[in-house]
Design a protein around this ligand. Structure first.
Ligand code: AMP
Length: 211
């Protein structure tokens, strides 16, 4: 069973690629941002704590996110399943805790795939994209309908997809998340893929690495 981490700046297409792995290759898509946004919509204790971080484009404190995700892994018994991690880990501490947890149950991260995209493309993508309010599928800004073709719920803009927060998220990525590239490189697990390409082509490259 495979465990894949997708790395890359916000808007690099991690969510889209993780969804393709889930639909076409039977991976469980663990999307940290979606899980946290659900907590916010459901007004849970965690949701109330993380809301202001997400709205500002800041990372949620490590302790909170690590407990939440490791708990999710245990509850859903993800050890013996194919999993694609999208949005977790985002710092070395989180990556270490993830390795520790998976190794307790005889598994570990197989590959960390960096989807590399230039900054102007990211800003353009994030400031125009929409997501489905139901199933969270991501739609590019030029999509012509206003509802999801899968579940027919309304398409909406993420509250953190506005230009000031986008810039902050990119800054946070550069300052805090790029340390993960070294972490996985040292373990011989890092693979870099050019993300300035069509989603279907990127998916083909990911499959070559993963399958
Ligand atoms: P995403 O949907 O992956 O872009 O995540 C949206 C927001 O959720 C981020 O900007 C952070 O505020 C928070 N978040 C998601 N994953 C993590 C993580 N692994 N560590 C800390 N904060 C996170």
């Amino acid at each position: 069973m495979k465990k894949i981490v997708l790395l890359g700046p916000p808007g690099s297409g991690k969510g889209t690629q993780a969804e393709l792995l889930s639909v076409k290759e039977n991976f469980i898509h663990l999307a940290t941002g979606d899980l946290l946004r659900n907590e916010i919509s459901n007004k849970t204790e965690l949701g109330k704590k993380v809301k202001s971080y997400i709205e500002k484009g800041l990372l949620v404190p490590d302790g909170m996110i690590v407990d939440f995700i490791l708990d999710y892994i245990r509850k859903n018994d993800l050890y013996k399943k194919n999993v694609v991690f999208d949005g977790f880990p985002r710092r070395n501490f989180q990556a270490e805790k993830l390795e520790e947890e998976l190794s307790k149950n005889g598994s570990g991260i197989d590959k960390a795939i960096l989807i590399d995209v230039d900054e102007n493309t990211i800003i353009e993508r994030l400031s125009t994209r929409l997501i489905c309010s139901g199933c969270k599928k991501i739609y590019p800004g030029n999509y012509e309908d206003d509802e999801c073709f899968v579940c027919h719920n309304k398409l909406i803009k993420r509250t953190d997809d506005n230009i000031d927060v986008i810039k902050n998220r990119i800054k946070v990525y550069k300052e805090e998340t790029t340390e993960l590239l070294d972490f996985y490189e040292k373990k011989g697990k890092l693979v870099r893929i050019d993300g300035n390409d069509k989603p279907e082509r990127i998916f083909e490259k990911i499959k070559e690495v993963v399958l």
